[in-house]
Design a protein around this ligand. Structure first.
Ligand code: NAP
Ligand code: MG
Length: 477
């Protein structure tokens, strides 16, 4: 039985109710978490406020940095354990779970070094005045984390918030709590004071909603679906609470005829297969210049047919999806494709060892997807790649910008001037040219435009979002 983690103590929910945790690889329950409610959120927010006011605000930037570094090292020591937790809880293949644990350690390493590099300014003003700015923490920050990359999104969001001097109340997705509860325990072990990092589990419409509404929360970071993003903004707007939103995407991979296909093909494949396509930055639309459309689809089709899906511990190309409703969501999209007569190029295979009760989905490559079909417009959040041809650069830009989202775009071309033109014309938070998100990008600011959200996490930029600027004007004559 897993408990909430509030003020460095493991605490049951005041409701006494729990939620069964399923292993996506076999669909069977193996653990329970707390089904918390608004009063548990209230306890966590009070603990966070107390931690801030009594202890945390006295930590200098360099002391915060050292503590974050100790946590990074502790996470590295426990990477294997965290990875195993994540494989069971989220169905992640071993390599992906390992990568997530190491990325979490890397976030805390990056933000440990950033704490004492966050400076204000002095501003020339009237004679007899001195003006300076301070970057101050918001206070108590709320973090609503999705289930697709719990450790990575916790790292980028909570890492930045703690570095900037906030205390945190975290609500993980109910399908992906276990690794984060463990990280909070590790944080206490390395010396984080009580109340600085609190975890409350439960359903989004119960505890997530209570967190968004709580008057003691000074800033909310939310990653998840656009519809819940709207609810968070509405709740926050009632008390003018600032929000950072990362709401996913329908990101295009744009391949011109002069592209280096040996570099592009593995990146295109990984961009949709990684984490079984449950990635906000998944490259889920493939836009291909007409003259290489057929040969590229033939090549990618052969790659798709070789992909294998199975239980997390088999460490194949893909693990299961997170839960049955997500599997149903992908099935619904694929049956819509069939009804619309959208041709399938190729599909991977679920291995025989995969239990029937697991949430598996074979990766699927579709072609000639009309740009206005929901498969080309909506986030599937599964391993489904939708290909469509374009005739020239203008049409590539029009198609790239033709969804409500604007998170990431991949551009594959050897033409240097075109690289810049495309980067300018595509409306998106990130543009990757001749690569697609290689290296994890902990240092790189990340976020969206349009319905992909606003605000930036990751990189140094995140620290600006997790602080508020105070201007101090002194008249000294
Ligand atoms: P979701 O409902 O938006 O979940 C994201 C987070 O918000 C979870 O922690 C969730 O908690 C919480 N939440 C849900 N309802 C809430 C509410 N009324 N108030 C406050 N918090 C709330 O996403 P989902 O239903 O899990 O997935 C649906 C679709 O969202 C996916 O198919 C995908 O398209 C998209 N998605 C995008 C991302 C991304 O990285 N951008 C991540 C996840 C999902 P519970 O899960 O515990 O209810
Ligand atoms: Mg789970």
């Amino acid at each position: 039985m897993q408990l909430n983690y509030i003020a460095n103590a493991s605490i049951p929910s005041s409701s006494g109710r729990t939620i069964a945790v399923l292993d996506p690889s076999d669909g069977q329950p193996f653990e329970h978490i707390q089904r918390s409610n608004a009063s548990d959120i209230d306890s966590a927010v009070r603990a966070a406020r107390q931690g801030l006011d009594t202890v945390w605000h006295k930590f200098s930037a360099v002391e915060r940095g050292r503590l974050l570094m100790r946590l990074s090292q502790k996470i590295t020591e426990h990477a294997q354990e965290l990875s195993q937790i994540e494989q069971r809880d989220c169905g992640k293949p071993t390599r992906q779970a390992n990568a997530d644990a190491l990325a979490l350690a890397r976030y805390f390493e990056f933000y440990s070094g950033a704490c004492d590099k966050l400076h204000g300014e002095t501003i020339p003003y009237l004679d007899g005045y001195s003006v300076l700015t301070w970057r101050e923490p918001h206070g108590v920050t709320g973090h609503i984390i999705p289930w697709n990359y719990p450790m990575q999104i916790f790292g980028r969001s909570v890492g930045g918030a703690l570095a900037a001097g906030n205390t945190c109340v975290v609500k993980p997705a109910e399908d992906a709590c276990l690794s984060l509860i463990r990280v909070a325990q590790l944080a206490a072990e390395v010396g984080f004071p009580a109340g600085v990092l609190n975890i409350v589990t439960g359903y989004g419409h119960e505890v997530g909603d209570a967190l968004a509404r709580h008057p003691g929360i000074d800033h909310i970071s939310f990653t998840g679906s656009p519809s819940v993003g709207t609810l968070i903004q509405q709740a926050a707007a009632l008390r003018h609470c600032p929000v950072t939103l990362e709401l996913g995407g329908k990101s295009p991979q744009i391949v011109f005829a002069d592209a280096d296909l040996d570099a592009a093909v593995p990146a295109i494949l990984n961009g949709i297969v990684q984490n079984a396509g449950q990635t906000c930055s998944a490259g889920s639309r493939l836009l291909v210049e007409q003259s290489i459309y057929e040969p590229l689809l033939a090549r990618l089709g052969a790659e798709f047919e070789n992909l294998r899906v199975g239980p997390a511990d088999m460490d194949l190309d893909l693990g299961p999806l997170i839960r049955q409703s997500q599997q149903q969501r992908v099935w619904d999209f694929l049956s819509d494709a069939q009804v619309a007569g959208i041709p399938m190029v190729a599909q991977g295979r679920v291995v025989d060892e995969a239990p029937q009760s697991g949430f598996y989905q074979a990766p699927t490559l579709l072609r000639d997807v009309p740009f206005d079909h929901r498969l080309a417009q909506e986030e599937v959040f599964g391993p489904v790649l939708c290909a469509m041809p374009f005739k020239d650069e203008d049409q590539a830009v029009t198609l790239a910008n033709s969804t409500e989202f604007g998170l990431v775009a991949g551009v594959w071309t050897r033409d240097g001037a075109r690289q810049f033109r495309m980067a300018r014309r595509i409306r998106s938070g990130q543009i990757f040219i001749n690569n697609y998100g290689a290296g994890g990008g902990v240092e790189l600011p990340f976020g969206g435009v349009k319905s992909s959200g606003y605000g930036r996490e990751k990189g140094f930029e995140a620290l600006l979002g997790f602080t508020t600027l105070k201007t101090v004007a002194i008249r000294h004559g």
